[in-house]
Ligand binder design. Structure first.
Ligand code: PLP
Length: 375
């Protein structure tokens, strides 16, 4: 199997797994309990919080643990609207559904939701933002796009909007490029462990000190009353170790992943003349290469992924299957690609363990398959 879908999820690192096991088996104390095993869990959780916060250049008290990126995004938006005085959300059409769908729900109950344009590279256009700048506005622009890997000008958003609240979904970028909350000038940031060889079901939300933040779900007083529910110690420790490994090896992993996506880009563009590359060379994550085919109406786009799967290559595309029919990727559609092309894209996402052989084999299989699919 050639696994090139690391933006969907990653294999858990052995060191992460090993660090979690003691907390799954013997270290089962509830971190809110006052006796020994509870205190041990509390110490482990606070240690993880401190370390993770340092990677974001944040204070530990500014981080709450969530069940992943989806919950972090939902919490950021809904808490700010329900309790934080936000009346307007400004976002972009290329956000992950974990932003777009809560926005739809909030819009249905009266929040004004506006969308910024993106250019043909998928970069959000920030001119005109100043007109929205107010303390009742929340801007949510992802740090890096999960389908194309394009990086968004989050610092420029803060530059145009000194007053507004700014959230960024950094689920794809955290651990791959620097995510520094001070440099970005953001108030809220979502991150997740399973994109960086950590466990599934754990993420975190950075909430800048001074924001009057109320819990999105009610229950116990965990996470300083900002996220009710018993903390999963093993998952949190796994997140800590995964982040440590990613941050420590960030430069080396960056170079390796960039080299692999460049190799793929070179081979595919050379061999497939109708190929369009949807990931910009500059200003993108190192690990994603999204391609589509300009002659997509002559290709059975829906078959590409299945045929790659049959030949042992795991990749994805951004198009969702709704009621049995394939919908074009909302990201590629927003970038102006025709529907047929936006249905038949391929997202290759390499990882730290991808080899040169994986790249050569995946490229050869893709070229062969696309040539055969042409009618
Ligand atoms: N945001 C982005 C950009 C993502 O790519 C993902 C996962 O694919 C999420 C949010 C959701 O994160 P999680 O799977 O941790 O809920």
């Amino acid at each position: 199997m050639i696994y090139l879908d690391n933006s969907a999820t990653t294999r858990i690192d052995d060191a992460v797994f090993d660090a979690m096991v003691p907390w799954l088996r013997d270290g089962y104390g509830n971190a809110s309990s006052p006796y020994g095993p509870g205190r041990a869990a509390r110490v482990a959780i606070e240690d993880a919080r401190t370390e993770l916060a340092s990677y974001l250049n944040a204070h530990p008290a500014e981080l709450i643990f969530t069940s992943g990126g989806t919950e972090a995004n939902n919490t950021a938006l809904k808490s700010m609207v329900h309790w934080g005085g936000v009346r307007t959300i400004v976002t972009s059409p290329t956000e992950h559904h974990a932003i777009l769908h809560p926005c739809e729900v909030l819009a249905a109950s009266g929040t004004a939701v506006s969308f910024l344009d993106v250019d043909e590279r998928g970069v959000v256009q920030t001119d005109g933002l100043a007109t929205f700048d107010a303390r009742d506005t929340l801007v949510t622009i992802m740090h890096a796009n999960n389908e194309t890997g394009v990086l968004q000008p989050v610092e420029a958003v803060r530059g145009s909007m000194p007053e507004a609240f700014i959230h960024t979904d950094a689920v794809q970028s955290f651990g791959k490029v620097a995510v520094d909350v001070q440099a970005l000038g953001v108030d809220l940031v979502s991150i997740s462990a399973h994109k960086i060889h950590g466990p599934k079901g754990i993420g975190a939300l950075f909430i800048r000190k001074g924001i009057d933040f109320q819990a999105h779900q009610q229950g116990g007083a965990q996470e300083r009353n900002r996220r009710a529910g018993t903390e999963p110690t093993a998952l949190i420790v796994g997140f800590q170790v995964a982040a440590r490994l990613a941050i420590t090896a960030m430069d080396e992993r960056y170079r390796r992943m960039r080299r692999h996506t460049s190799m793929l880009r070179d081979i595919l563009t050379r061999e497939l003349p109708s190929l369009r590359v949807n990931t910009p060379v500059d200003g993108s994550l190192p690990n994603i290469l999204n391609v589509s085919f300009m002659d997509a109406d002559r290709l059975d786009g829906e078959a590409i992924l299945q045929l790659l799967d049959l030949r042992g290559v795991c990749v994805s595309n951004g198009s969702a299957c709704v009621s049995g029919s394939q919908q074009p990727s909302h990201v590629l559609a927003a970038m102006g690609l025709p529907d047929a092309e936006a249905k038949a894209a391929i997202r290759f996402s390499v990882g730290k363990d991808t080899t040169d052989d994986d790249i050569f084999s995946a490229a050869a299989i893709t070229v062969d398959l696309i040539r055969n699919l042409r009618v």
